[in-house]
Design a protein around this ligand. Structure first.
Ligand SMILES: NC(=O)c1ccc[n+]([C@@H]2O[C@H](COP(=O)([O-])OP(=O)(O)OC[C@H]3O[C@@H](n4cnc5c(N)ncnc54)[C@H](O)[C@@H]3O)[C@@H](O)[C@H]2O)c1
Length: 301
């Protein structure tokens, strides 16, 4: 039996961005660490969780480096720089963490359905009833993820772009059951983070990856067929189409494992052969060439 004083507070559902003061980010890879950074810069308390302690250490170093660079360029104030270091705690075991004050959790773990469903079941059980649950998934159905919880009305997609501290876009995706007020709150919160939100319906790949991934995939077909070199393909798209990065360099930045996972979702869930992943992309992933994060992808790093 617990006394009233010992009973954890049940947070009510946040109704404005100002109500979101404490955020949990699950997954501390390149996206999770960037998401933790932008929330910390915006004065929120952040708990960054990852199953890998080595990854948490890398995240801590990466966040410090990224914030120092933005500060040097004058895009981060002294106070914001201090917030980035002071506002983030790191945890490898969620069971040991105090989650009673969390109003919003954002999942940014590996792009794998079963992994995400297990995380959402766990978050649903551990977080206060009023907490909102968001996913940074690139392609997986928000409706399916939400259905793994007892709070589907409070589950939403919050899809940041890579690198998170630099790129302005956040795609906000409502699942079938998501309350309009929750979508609206996440759009407003994105603006507070200095981002520009764009709403998307819950369809595979949403807007960004539905359009981007067929192009990236085609670049792997073109490379695999020997039509051009990797450098040549990237140069064509940079100089000819004014893209800031070529599609192969971009795939290396996204992660070739993540690129393949997104294409597999598009292919399976839309059922159209035009999304079939290029065999060369599959080969790179099978060889452990995941891109920048593993030191080698299409290019060496
Ligand atoms: N890479 C991109 O450009 C990009 C852009 C937008 C969205 N996304 C999406 O963001 C998510 C993360 O992508 P990323 O590029 O950061 O991947 P990543 O491989 O860099 O990081 C994933 C992290 O998740 C951790 N993880 C795995 N299972 C976990 C669990 N059960 N609990 C806690 N942590 C766990 C891993 O240890 C790893 O550190 C994916 O859903 C991806 O599709 C990626």
């Amino acid at each position: 039996m617990t006394t009233a004083a010992e009973t954890p507070a049940i947070a009510s559902v946040p109704t404005s961005p100002a109500d979101v003061t404490s955020v949990l980010v699950v997954g501390g890879g390149q996206m999770g660490s960037g998401i933790a950074q932008v929330f910390a810069q915006a004065g929120r308390r952040v708990l960054l969780a990852d199953v890998s302690t080595e990854q948490l250490e890398r995240a801590k170093q990466g966040i410090a480096k990224s914030a120092a660079k933005l500060h040097e360029k004058g895009r981060l104030s002294d106070a914001q720089l201090a917030d980035v270091t002071g506002n983030i705690d790191y945890v490898s075991d969620l069971a040991a963490a105090d989650l009673t004050g969390v109003q919003l959790a954002i999942e940014a773990a590996t792009e794998h359905l079963e992994t995400k469903l297990a995380i959402f079941r766990d978050l649903d059980a551990k977080l206060p009833d009023g907490a909102l649950l968001a996913t940074n998934t690139s392609s997986i159905s928000i409706t399916v993820i939400a259905a793994a919880t007892k709070r589907p009305k409070h589950v939403v997609g919050m899809h940041f772009m890579n690198p998170v501290p630099v790129l302005k876009l956040v795609e906000v995706i409502s699942g079938l059951e998501t309350l309009p007020a929750v979508t609206e709150l996440v759009m407003e919160l994105s603006v507070e983070l200095g981002k520009t939100p764009v709403h998307s319906k819950d369809m595979p790949g949403f807007i960004a990856n539905r359009i981007l991934m067929p192009m990236v995939n085609e670049a792997f077909f073109v490379l695999g067929e020997g039509i051009g070199t990797a450098e040549g393909i990237d140069e064509v798209m940079k100089l000819g189409m004014a893209h800031p990065m070529g599609p192969l360099a971009l795939a290396d930045l996204i992660g070739l494992d993540t690129t393949l996972a997104i294409l597999e979702v598009l292919h399976r869930d839309l059922g159209d052969p035009k999304y079939r992943p290029a065999p060369l992309l599959r080969q790179y992933v099978a060889a452990g060439r995941f891109g920048r994060k593993s030191g080698a992808g299409v290019y060496e790093y």
